[in-house]
Design a binder for this molecule. Sequence first.
Ligand code: PGA
Length: 230
Amino acid sequence: MIYAANFKTNHTRQSTQKYLEALSEKLHTKKTEDKVYIFPPSTALDVYSGDFTIGAQNAYPAYNGAFTGEIGVEQLDEFGIKTILIGHSERREYLLESQEKVAQKFSFFQEQGFEIIYCIGEPLEIRQKGFDAVMEYLPAQFEGIDVTYENLIVAYEPIWAIGTGRSATVEKISATHSALKKEINDKPLLYGGSVKLENLKEITGITGVDGVLVGSASLDADSFSKMVLS
Ligand code: PGA
């Protein structure tokens, strides 16, 4: 299983250090086949030791240059970071990242050999129209994306389930994941959207779910490690 923690705009450099120290102690008993990723805010990126991979929540598709407010590959290289989240719905929505921009970013980081966790997901109004509408909507988020890329992990995160405390039902996750698996040549597929200790087992027990991308419930090292070790 893959367990990925997306801190979003939470935690400081200091609290991330403490979190990772605590996590790394707990992860001593983790199953070797399980993989843990942590995506701290960019101000907390650093070299940390432990049985986890640190990734960037975002970066600009350039090595360096005149891109005010952004970080590029040079800033990630400093800490040996080779993993990135691309296409998260919050960036698509609040930062107005179009599919074209997302695809450009994907191609750039693919060329750089990054491991990419690529996020897709439908808004509530599409889900309300039913499964066929969802399966028309989601493939458009693969436009310009090389789904054969060997370092690709996909995360399906229905927007209406993110941060709402209300995850998608087992039936919805199961049907969507089995349809998506065909689109993505069986690449690892995570589910995200209100995953917590209480619903983790039923979600990771679904065929076609290879792991979880966790926001709110990942912010506490103790709870997140319980999820990884459960
Ligand atoms: P959530 O966020 O777990 O708080 O719903 C998930 C995500 O956006 O990755």
